[in-house]
Design a protein around this ligand. Structure first.
Ligand code: ATP
Ligand code: BTN
Length: 259
């Protein structure tokens, strides 16, 4: 990947400015700083390698050079994004799962922030916010995608089985073109973020829907039941064995299928 190939693949998209780095700590950190300095809507930070990539709660996201997609998109919030802040994570996940489906890959969203192929994690999303007092000033939508097989961390370094697009497809794909596809899908879905159509598409792409799952909080299982779907605020609906329906909010939880 290089600046030239990237610009070519993104030229038809209505983006703000684009910053490309051969190597960076975290694209989210760069985007957070840039948003604070006034970056315009849809400005983009892309890196070939991250040396301090982050997942939720400061966990590590590994982005070795030459093999993965790591980017952060700056969103100046629309009214719908202000009203439904949790949907921004769904926006990223839906855009990626749609793009993967055009390659014939049956991608699913492991709520709240991962994308799976064949039950293995191929991507993670980290949305962070910049506040101006009480008002949301910018959302940073960070996404890491394992594109080539070399991007998949060793099994002892992940909490959930991981895979790559190359592994699942049996052939490599070009990272700049994939990024262009993801961003085009994201811009398309963004205009529908406040709609029922958006919620239906997000729900339809959920992994483990209709199956038994366990939600773990603070390292202990807190709820087991059937994954029913999503609430309008993006929280998860789960029915326990007594038939009671619970809503699980975005937060520090882990979702696992019951095996
Ligand atoms: P969980 O996977 O338990 O549901 P999560 O999705 O919230 O939790 P995070 O902590 O946000 O996971 O993501 C970081 C985790 O992802 C790391 O702890 C590691 O297990 C895993 N990981 C790190 N880099 C990669 C990668 N390139 N591909 C797949 N998984 C990775
Ligand atoms: C997760 O699985 O919890 C989220 C991982 C998010 C990783 C991406 S890679 C681009 C951006 N920069 C980061 O430091 N994190 C996100």
């Amino acid at each position: 990947m290089n600046q030239f190939g990237l610009q070519k693949a993104l030229s038809s998209l209505p983006l703000g400015d684009v910053r490309y780095f051969e190597s960076i700590g975290s694209t989210n950190d760069e985007a957070l700083a840039w948003a604070t300095e006034g970056a315009q809507d849809l400005s983009l930070v892309v890196a070939d390698e991250q040396t301090a990539g982050r997942g939720r709660s400061g966990r590590k996201w590994l982005t070795p050079p030459g093999s993965a997609l790591a980017f952060s998109l700056i969103l100046r919030p629309t009214n719908a994004e202000r009203t439904h802040p949790a949907r921004t994570t769904g926006l990223g996940a839906l855009a990626l799962s749609d793009s993967l489906r055009t390659h014939g890959l049956a991608a699913q969203i492991k709520w709240p922030n991962d994308v799976l192929i064949g039950g293995k994690k191929v991507a993670g999303i980290l949305v962070e916010s910049v506040w101006a007092g009480d008002a949301l000033d910018a959302s940073i939508l960070g996404m890491g995608v394992n594109v080539l097989a070399a991007s998949v961390p060793p099994a002892d370094q992940v909490l959930f089985p991981a895979t790559s697009i190359e592994t699942e497809l049996g052939t490599p794909i070009e990272r700049p073109e994939l990024l262009g596809d993801i961003l085009a899908a994201l811009i398309g879905w963004r205009s529908k973020l406040g709609t029922d159509e958006f919620m239906r598409a997000w729900e339809d792409a959920l992994a483990f829907r209709g199956q038994q799952v366990t939600v773990t909080k603070d390292q202990s299982p807190s709820l087991t039941g059937e994954l029913l779907g999503l609430e309008p605020d993006g929280s998860l609906r789960i029915r326990d064995k007594e038939g009671q329906v619970h809503q699980v909010q975005f937060g520090e939880i882990h979702l696992r299928p019951v095996v």
